[in-house]
Design a protein around this ligand. Structure first.
Ligand code: GLN
Length: 455
């Protein structure tokens, strides 16, 4: 099997299913096949698990010379970025092959990939359903076998949610483990790039390649990166699992709750123990998240003014008018909602009541996790309250859509790592369930080990 075979197989599958799935915003076919040919001729790496692997990237990850849009009309003609994101450089060093850029909610704001300016991605298990979001293209492309691996980003659940809905393995690393340099910023204190694969073992290989301190991102931490494979298969005998009662409470569907109970039974059989605990402040997580993330988004998205780069209105008569018209024409409704809300909560007179309170609540949510991790190795629960919902079902109602991420958001606020792994299928719809496994700061090794044991 050559790299060219692998890459060609990816494009063949894309030809078969992409019409229905719409996972991609753009393809990189010519360059990818060229790179494959080159790898086949020049390199012979027998001990690199990522060698020649066809991979897809969420379209908020900047790629040199390859169009990067963030699924926004604002960047629809950002055809020729000048540099690669650090994670892209690392994947290039690992000799993976970049197949294409994947669809997402505009600027990663959403839970269904219906907020893309270009198209809606469909769930490969049933195309009437959403793939989840905002990394919906990244999860659908792996589930639909269009690529082997993909990268997504997760600010409040955008890797774990779609991985749950599409039946794949998705990890949000500890905040500060993976570089954000060259990743279009949404909420800088929460954003983290992560890995989507079919198996836990693959996921650990992929994280190994992209993790680590980056001089270009001062929020990355200088920690020793363990060899994840070394402990992956050590089992869970004696592992102490905490299950927050809030994660099995009202609002979680019966079948999802049952899937978690079934999974915990498997862990008991494997020699682990579990106990019910409480995350008492998790009920504040969704409002806390929307105040903080929208505030940061309003600042981060200020750079899109129609002057330096991005869409420029042709109807403007003066400079202020140019800002207004360019931004009005090019941002979608969800992005505008966040900018306006975020600007409000950070303005004088509102700051004390909203933003400052949210920062305080964030500390309490983190403290809840710190306390549990004094006693337990991992926290487990569902990834999402239900299986995937139908396309169109929630898009008119922003608050219902926001509530969808109530089980993933606390993890971002606390900065800890979490994975979603497939844990069964609905008897009614056949759609997959996701089990969420949350770990201590920088303890991805234990998260992978727990996930691997279940698989
Ligand atoms: N759905 C959440 C939001 O819309 C999370 C998105 C994300 O993680 N990027 O903000």
């Amino acid at each position: 099997l050559t790299v060219t075979d692998l890459v060609q197989a990816s494009y063949d599958q894309i030809d078969r299913v992409e019409d229905k799935l719409k996972s991609f915003i753009s393809l990189n076919k010519e360059a990818a096949l060229e790179k494959a040919k080159q790898l086949d001729q020049e390199t012979n790496e027998t001990n690199n698990p990522l060698f020649g692997i066809p991979i897809g990237l969420k379209d908020n990850i900047v790629t040199k010379g390859i169009k990067t849009t963030g699924a926004s009309k604002m960047l629809s003609n950002f055809d020729d970025p000048l540099y690669d994101a650090t994670v892209v450089e690392k994947l290039n060093e690992a000799n993976t092959v970049m197949i294409g850029k994947l669809n997402m909610d505009e600027f990663a704001m959403g839970s269904s990939t219906e907020n893309s300016a270009f198209s809606t991605t469909h769930n490969p298990w049933n195309i009437d359903y959403v793939p989840g979001g905002s990394s919906g293209g990244s999860a659908a492309a792996v589930a639909g076998r269009e690529v082997f691996f993909s990268l997504g980003s997760d600010t409040g659940g955008s890797i774990r949610g779609p991985s749950s809905y599409c039946g794949v393995v998705g990890l949000k690393p500890t905040y500060g483990l993976v570089s954000r340099f060259g990743v279009i910023a949404f909420a800088s204190s929460l954003d983290q790039v992560g890995t989507i694969t079919k198996t836990v073992e693959d996921n650990a290989h992929l994280l190994q390649a992209i993790a680590g301190h980056d001089p270009m991102d001062q929020t990355t931490v200088k920690v020793e990166i363990p060899d994840y494979q070394a402990t992956l298969k050590d089992g869970v005998k004696g592992m102490k699992i905490a299950v927050p009662k809030e994660y099995l409470a009202e609002g979680i569907s019966d079948e999802v709750r049952q899937s978690v109970m079934d999974a915990l039974k498997v862990y008991e059989d494997l020699g682990a123990t579990w106990e019910e605990v409480s995350l008492p402040h998790s009920k504040y997580a969704v409002p806390t998240y929307y105040i903080i993330s929208s505030g940061e988004a309003s600042a981060n998205l200020a750079r899109f003014d129609g002057i330096r780069y991005g869409h420029r209105s042709e109807k403007a008569t003066n400079m202020i008018d140019l800002f207004k018209k360019s931004r009005s024409e090019a941002f979608g409704p969800e992005v505008k909602r966040r900018i306006m809300f975020g600007t409000l909560t950070q303005s004088a007179g509102y700051y004390e009541d909203y933003y400052k309170k949210a920062q305080q609540a964030r500390r309490l949510i983190k403290a809840d996790f710190d306390k549990i991790f004094e006693e337990y190795d991992v926290v487990m629960g569902p990834t999402t309250p239900t299986t995937a919902f139908k396309i169109g079902e929630k898009i008119e109602d922003a608050l219902t859509m926001y509530a969808n991420d109530l089980l993933t958001i606390p993890v971002n606020l606390a900065g800890v790592p979490a994975i979603s792994i497939p844990s069964g299928y609905s008897k009614d719809t056949g759609l997959p369930f996701g089990l969420q496994i949350i770990g201590k700061h920088f303890d991805e090794a234990t998260v992978f080990r727990a996930a691997y044991a279940f698989e």
